[in-house]
Design a protein around this ligand. Structure first.
Ligand code: HSE
Length: 425
């Protein structure tokens, strides 16, 4: 005999619609596998008048959050509103009422995880968030459970599909950022307001969640260094390609003892790195654990059914749990032993300059680098002289971020102008 669980939705846009469709079309399979059936009692929407492609039974849609939050029959709430508020408030209310929450909301989760977890623990409710990071890729469950026997030393992620799509097209077509973005928006592949994606914030929310789980300590969103792709120039992608590199917006987290660095920025990686082949809107996470070694997970990070795949799996896990589990690290605003935020990381750098084409110029640039302990690994002078200047591209050996920034500031305009500075991993 199947057990029926009554659930409610907060929001029903693209992702909520995907969950509705997956739960309807796949219900018999889920029941066959788990003995569970899900009855969707109430679905909160912004406008009851809006035309929808789902034929909701009478009485299901509501525009009052209380109809979901205060209904004692609803034991699991699925949240698809996105954004910080009112999602954060309503998730908290649901948890305080003892309702388990399944959410796809990385913003509310990354910013308020410690409070949400406290509310869940107090009422014994479950809090499930697989869909908040990398859509269909089961990376949360993997970090929470499957990789428990590992000390994870680093994560490199392509965790934002929009920016990976834009960079892929810039690389293939030699096109400029603004042109590809406009085209992606026309095709519906980038949001009309793409700021959170292209400025790297979406990736930073996801990275703070991944790093906290991987390093078993709170890594606040505010500690993540963020630089998006809005300043990326086609010329740098081209110069990098000639040197054997691919440009990606990487979410990077590294741990050395209690020191953690978390950063999101455009990054050159060697063409033979597994992440270099993750193209278009796909996501991937590449990590290293001391026991498992290197691993990579790739898949669809967005879209209705891929995201629904993670949500419905969480739903089944939540409904089957005898007791809900929570991450075991000290998930507090001010943990007793905090991880230290390292903002002076070491990596290699790529820089493109327009240098005066006359004797001694290269040696003056090299001397400035040397003064700051930055060592040059490769240099290329490119193209014809224009107005007495030529393009020179340097790749450095690993150097400290601070030293490199200081060196760049000291290069005098009469010697060379620095056109771009990118990190290399
Ligand atoms: N906007 C995100 C992306 C998907 O482009 O990957 C949702 O997290």
């Amino acid at each position: 005999m199947d057990r029926t669980i009554t659930i409610g939705f907060l929001g029903c846009g693209n992702v909520g619609g995907g969950v509705w469709k997956l739960l309807s079309g796949f219900a018999d399979d889920i029941a066959h596998r788990t003995g569970l059936r899900f009855s969707i009692k109430r679905v909160l929407v912004r406008s009851l008048a809006k035309r929808r492609d789902i034929d909701f039974p009478d009485g299901v849609l509501t525009d009052r959050a209380e109809d979901v939050l205060d209904d004692p029959e609803i034991s699991i709430v699925l949240e698809f509103l996105g954004g910080e508020e009112p999602a954060h408030r309503w998730i908290t209310m649901a948890l305080e009422r003892g309702k388990t929450v399944v959410t796809a909301n990385k913003v509310a989760f990354a910013l308020h995880w410690h409070e949400l977890q406290k509310a869940a623990k107090q009422s014994g409710a479950g809090l499930y968030y697989e869909a908040a990071v990398c859509g269909a890729i089961p990376i949360i469950h993997t970090l929470e459970e499957s990789l428990q026997a590992n000390r994870i030393s680093y994560i490199y992620g392509i965790v934002n599909g929009t920016t990976n799509y834009i960079l892929t097209r810039m690389s293939r077509e030699g096109a400029e950022y603004a042109d590809v973005l406009a085209d992606a928006q026309r095709l519906g592949l980038a949001e009309p307001d793409p700021a959170s994606d292209v400025e790297g914030l979406d990736a930073a929310y996801k990275l703070s969640i991944l790093a906290s789980l991987a390093f078993h300590g709170r890594v606040p969103f505010e500690n993540v260094y963020v630089e998006g792709i809005t300043q990326v120039q086609a010329e740098d992608i081209r110069c990098g390609q000639e040197l054997g590199y691919t440009l990606k917006l990487l979410a990077i987290a590294k741990r050395d003892g209690l020191h953690v660095e978390t950063r999101v920025h455009p990054t050159f990686i060697r063409n033979d790195h597994p992440l270099a082949n993750i193209s278009g809107a796909f996501n991937a996470v590449f990590l290293h654990g001391h026991a498992c070694g290197e691993m990579m997970f790739m898949g669809r990070g967005a879209g209705d059914l891929p995201t629904a795949s993670a949500i419905v799996s969480d739903l089944v896990r939540a409904a089957s749990a005898q007791k809900h589990l929570y991450p075991t690290f000290d998930n507090e605003l001010h943990p007793a032993v905090s991880l230290q935020n390292n903002t002076d990381w070491r990596c290699a750098f790529y820089t493109r300059m327009l240098a005066k084409d006359e004797p001694g110029v290269l040696s003056r640039i090299a001397q400035t680098f040397a003064d700051h302990g930055v060592s040059i690994a490769a240099m290329q002078q490119k193209g014809e002289q224009r107005d007495g200047r030529v393009t020179v591209v340097f790749i450095t050996h690993q150097a400290s971020e601070r030293d490199m920034q200081k060196a760049i500031l000291e290069i005098r305009p009469e010697v060379a102008t620095v056109e771009s500075l990118l990190r290399v991993e």
